[in-house]
Design a protein around this ligand. Structure first.
Ligand SMILES: [Mn+2]
Length: 340
């Protein structure tokens, strides 16, 4: 068996064989010294020059590099009965990098005109034990520059609407990639709390586990999900350790666990486009009920299509949700590496 990079990139189909070998060499060198600069990691001038030439090459597309890794990721995922497909978006800011120019494809990522960067939406596959399997898909884009203030206001909501499609596209891409014998659980943070995502028809091996952002309407006498779940008797408590964050010390939190199933009608202004059809979701609430007054209490509300019929299942899905930090780490490493 060859090196890790040789195995991982064996299906690379660059325009010629020497480019395949060069890609493997670059990945080998960089993975040995991820902290190093290109010249350091390359070892000598010839290899450094070859690396820069490879990246400059007009013959190579992003897909040529990521596809072989995706294929290996799918292969690893296929060996699992259930995998987590964790989606997240990150803004990479390169405003202060002179080499990252508009001409090279860097652009606006937020409403500030001067900001130059990339928006990156990735799907990371992980086992249900939290072992990363690789990147299943990546959508990269920048926002078009707006000429006038009026234009900015008019388009900002449509930009957000257009951009929110990334979660739906992500779900479909994960479904297309993963064979039907493996269950795919799409996990997103609060940004993924989009009714269109809940209403989208899914394959039978595709499930959702989304952190709620909105206090949505439910078909229940208490009208809204937060009130409706709060009156469900708790099924038990879960003690978790909360790591130290900035000034705040690490602590143990006791979470009260509730779960129930609710029908969510579509948002009032868009009811027509969903034929007035409700979506049934299971709701898991993990709430710190008697927190120390100095801390911000933990309040997690998860919406899922996975069956929740006992305390252990609820706890299991909360644990799966916590593996979302893997993608945060991945994006963090990626931005820092790109900023070098
Ligand atoms: Mn996010």
């Amino acid at each position: 068996m060859g090196s890790w990079a040789t195995e991982e990139l064996k299906d690379a189909a660059l325009p010629d064989k020497r480019l395949n070998q060069r890609l493997i060499k670059i990945v080998e060198n960089l993975s040995k010294q991820p902290e190093a600069s290109i010249p350091q990691a390359s070892g000598d001038w010839a290899n450094t020059k070859a690396t820069y030439n490879f990246w400059k090459s007009k013959r190579i597309e992003l897909e040529d590099i990521i596809n072989p890794h995706q294929q290996q990721t799918v292969q690893r995922a296929s060996n699992e009965r259930i995998i987590l497909a964790i989606q997240d978006t990150s803004d990479f800011n390169f405003t202060h990098h002179q080499s990252k120019t508009w001409e090279k494809g860097f652009g606006r990522t937020c409403s500030q005109e001067y900001v130059r960067g990339l928006k990156v939406h990735s799907i990371m596959a992980s086992t249900i034990q939290g072992v990363p399997l690789g990147i299943l898909d990546q959508q990269i884009w920048t926002r078009k520059p707006q000429r006038t203030k009026k234009q900015q206001q008019k388009t900002s909501s449509s930009i957000r609407e257009k951009e929110s499609k990334r979660w739906l596209t992500g779900l479909v891409k994960a479904e297309l990639a993963i064979p039907s014998t493996t269950t795919v659980v799409t996990i997103t943070d609060r940004e993924g709390d989009i009714y269109d995502l809940f209403a989208l028809s899914r394959e039978s091996n595709s499930e959702l586990l989304i952190r709620a952002k909105h206090n949505r309407r439910v078909n229940h006498e208490l009208k809204f999900v937060q009130k409706a779940i709060a009156q469900i008797p708790s099924t038990g408590q879960l003690k978790i350790s909360v790591p130290r964050q900035d000034e705040k010390k690490s602590r143990t939190a006791t979470l009260t666990i509730r779960y129930a199933s609710f029908d969510f009608p579509p948002p009032i202004n868009r009811a027509k486009s969903f034929n007035h059809q409700s979506v049934t979701l299971n709701v898991i609430s993990a709430l710190e009920e008697n927190p120390n007054p100095e801390v911000t209490p933990i309040q997690w509300l998860l919406l899922t299509t996975l069956k929740v019929n006992n305390f252990d299942r609820a706890i299991c899905y909360i644990r799966w949700y916590t593996y979302r930090w893997l993608i945060e780490r991945y994006h963090y490493v990626l931005t820092h590496w790109l900023s070098n």
